[in-house]
Design a protein around this ligand. Sequence first.
Ligand code: THU
Length: 133
Amino acid sequence: MASDAQLVQEALRARDHAYVPYSRFSVGAALLDAQGAIWHGCNIENAAYTPTNCAERTAFFKAVSEGSTDFVAIAVVGGAEGRPISDWCAPCGVCRQVLREFCDPGSFRVVLARSPQDMRGYLLKELLPMGFG
Ligand code: THU
């Protein structure tokens, strides 16, 4: 099972594939499932803006569409395209609701990082109190 630091490394790799011609803000996510598999996601933008998919949802939709539905943690990194990460990138409200759909709020962990050595972990219930489910 990957460590949090390894999961952050995978999120950094995923970020390299972000498609962000409009915001120039690239995000990477690495989702760890209960079998130990890691699902990568990046944000994918669109000229019409609203079809944009966040990195977290890309990772979740890849996993669920391939039959993985039991999740342990997700690492998220984001910042200006082509630059090293310098600040925390917390999941947007829509992504928090998608996490809530598939994860136990009391045990699923969201790991934010500015580097593999600089991480903060949160339970989903801390990021989405009284979430609708
Ligand atoms: N974005 C993510 O992919 N994940 C987040 O947690 C926050 C925002 C994306 C959406 C959009 O492509 C860009 O970052 C700027 O909002």
